[in-house]
Design a protein around this ligand. Structure first.
Ligand code: VGL
Ligand code: ZN
Length: 239
């Protein structure tokens, strides 16, 4: 999908038909003391805070996902799954990080023992059945046709959310500065970004705060105006 098709120059980065999806910015992933802490995970918070402010200012919807597991679930290694216990409902680890501004709907996933990687769908690990969360309905009711995705972790919940969004027909923009990877195997995060790109996601550094903070931190790497972004990304998206 070409950038021009999903974001014509006449369309601003955020508008009322766009939703910013903030994936799993929870203590267990974002805090170094969390049980499944993602290296540098808290670095997504200021980036996403700026995106949230820009989205709200433009009348875009902001929705948050929250991994929300029972204490015993086939998702956890001790119960036959693959992960250390994390984001157990009603515990500190499951709380959204205290520095994250939360203004919008929170979608919880995994509470009935599902593997809830995507904010849109959960998979019952025993039956293999796919179960929808309320997110697609929520976006449809608001006539959202485009989503912007950031959060944790690049190689699991962010990737599954972005790929589900594309499958459901949403133009999908990934905020590369607003994601971090678990990297169980080195390179997993980069491979996940390539999977999202191949599925049709448009990859940008960020949409908000570009040209000031971003440019100051890494000269030349910060995204410029949205027109400049459009030019960059038309080539990068490869259509
Ligand atoms: C996640 C592993 C297990 C994530 C959730 O939020 O990326 N990763 N559960
Ligand atoms: Zn989980």
């Amino acid at each position: 999908m070409g950038y021009a098709r999903c974001m014509p120059e006449t369309r601003p980065p955020y508008d009322p038909a766009t939703a910013l999806l903030v994936v799993d910015v929870q203590n267990d992933f974002a805090d170094p003391a969390g049980s499944l802490s993602v290296r540098d995970g808290a670095a997504v918070i200021p980036v996403l805070a700026a995106e949230i402010a820009a989205a709200l200012a433009a009348g875009a919807l902001v929705a948050y996902s929250q991994d929300w597991h029972p204490a015993v679930t086939p998702h956890f290694a001790k119960n036959g799954g693959v992960w250390p216990a994390h984001c157990v409902m009603q515990t500190w680890g499951a709380e959204l990080h205290p520095d994250l501004p939360v203004t919008g709907h929170v979608v919880r996933k995994g509470s009935n023992g599902e593997d809830g990687y995507s904010a849109f769908t959960m998979r019952d690990p025993l039956t293999g059945e796919t179960i929808e969360t309320e997110l697609h309905d929520l976006l449809r009711r608001r006539d959202v046709d485009r989503v912007v995705v950031g959060g944790l972790a690049t190689d699991y919940c962010v990737a599954e959310t972005a790929i589900d969004a594309l499958r459901l027909g949403y133009a999908t923009i990934l905020l590369r500065d607003g994601i971090r990877a678990v990297d169980l195997e080195p390179g997993d995060g980069d491979r996940a970004i390539e999977r999202m790109r191949a599925a049709g996601a448009v990859i940008v550094e960020r949409l908000a705060g570009a040209g000031d903070e971003a440019a100051a931190r890494s000269p030349g790497a910060g995204a410029g105006s949205s027109a400049e972004l459009a030019a960059d990304e038309t080539g990068e998206a490869g259509s």
